[in-house]
Design a protein around this ligand. Structure first.
Ligand code: CAA
Length: 258
């Protein structure tokens, strides 16, 4: 599939997906959404890829769903066509680790896209927000839920009700972003971290992701049981033998994802 609204590149097991509609602050129109879903699903199934990084440009990660596409749509059509709701599972349910590198605006669906990723790193220029209320609607791609999990009820409620933006320092302090980097260094730093994660045993990385996500979707006792079972399951992998042999033999491990 030839892409027109995103760019992709793969280096050393890290896939970089760049949203590429700078003229519209990377607003998520249906073409971009379809391309993004296609690319993420393709990389998720590709053994050459171990980590995915999503990014935008220095002005915007993404300024939300494309308002010009939604403007003329009424309830019946929105409901019948299930607008905006399709295809996000590719990102939200990707099995491999996903990282959002956010500079500039991450608003509405843009903030929600970042929150679908496993880790958010942001530039000191980042501005996160759920301003949908200003358009007479509300966050539709998980914002009211994921933001609440990440920053707590009071801050999530304030952001969704007032539409105010959260800057980088507050995003890190509140747990929305894992770390802040100077804007000029963001992508290099994130690709370095992604490269480190890509060197880890891939099956253990998949298992870690499933375990951490379990903390959102289950009780503590079920999550702890799941974690134990995944720990034991990894004893069946060649990478576990390699990792432990390499430690004992004082050499670097070569993981093969087996
Ligand atoms: N949809 C469509 N076009 C958009 C857009 C969007 N979400 N955001 C920006 N653009 C377009 C602008 O219309 C403008 O186009 P023209 O040059 O043709 O006029 C271009 O991008 C540049 O935008 P600005 O001139 O406004 O740039 P700025 O730097 O001054 O401001 C901004 C940037 C603060 C992001 C501002 O554009 C803005 O507020 N955008 C809308 C943000 C928003 O409301 N997002 C929520 C969308 S609804 C949603 O996402 C629902 C959901 O939960 C899925």
């Amino acid at each position: 599939m030839a892409y027109t609204c995103i760019k992709t590149d793969v280096n050393d097991h890290v896939a970089l997906i760049t949203l590429d509609r700078p003229e519209a602050r990377n607003a998520l129109n249906s073409t971009l959404i379809g391309e993004l879903a296609d690319a993420v699903a393709r990389f998720d199934a590709d053994d050459a890829v171990r980590v995915m990084v999503l990014t935008g440009d220095d002005k915007a990660f993404a300024a939300g769903a494309d308002i010009t596409e939604m403007r003329e749509i009424g309830f019946v059509e929105a409901f019948k066509r299930n607008i905006l709701m399709e295809r996000w599972d590719a990102v939200a349910r990707a099995r491999k680790p996903t990282i959002a590198a956010v500079a500039g605006y991450a608003l509405g669906g843009g903030c929600e896209l970042a929150m679908m990723c496993d880790i958010i790193y942001c530039a000191d220029s980042a501005k996160f927000g759920q301003p949908e209320i200003n358009l007479g609607v509300l966050p539709a791609l998980g914002g009211s839920q994921r933001l609440t999990h990440l920053v707590g009820k009071s801050k999530a409620m304030e952001m969704c009700l007032s539409g105010r933006f959260m800057l980088a320092e507050e995003a890190e302090r509140s747990g929305l972003a894992a770390r802040v980097f100077p804007a000029a260094d963001l992508l290099d730093e994130v690709l370095k971290i992604a490269g480190k994660i890509a060197e880890k045993p891939p099956l253990a990385a998949l298992a870690v992701k499933e375990c951490v996500n379990r903390a959102y979707d289950s009780t503590l006792s079920e999550g702890l049981l799941f974690e134990k079972r995944m720990f034991h399951a990894l004893f069946g992998t060649e990478d576990k033998r390699e990792g432990m042999d390499a430690f004992v033999e004082n050499r670097s491990a070569q993981f093969r994802g087996k």
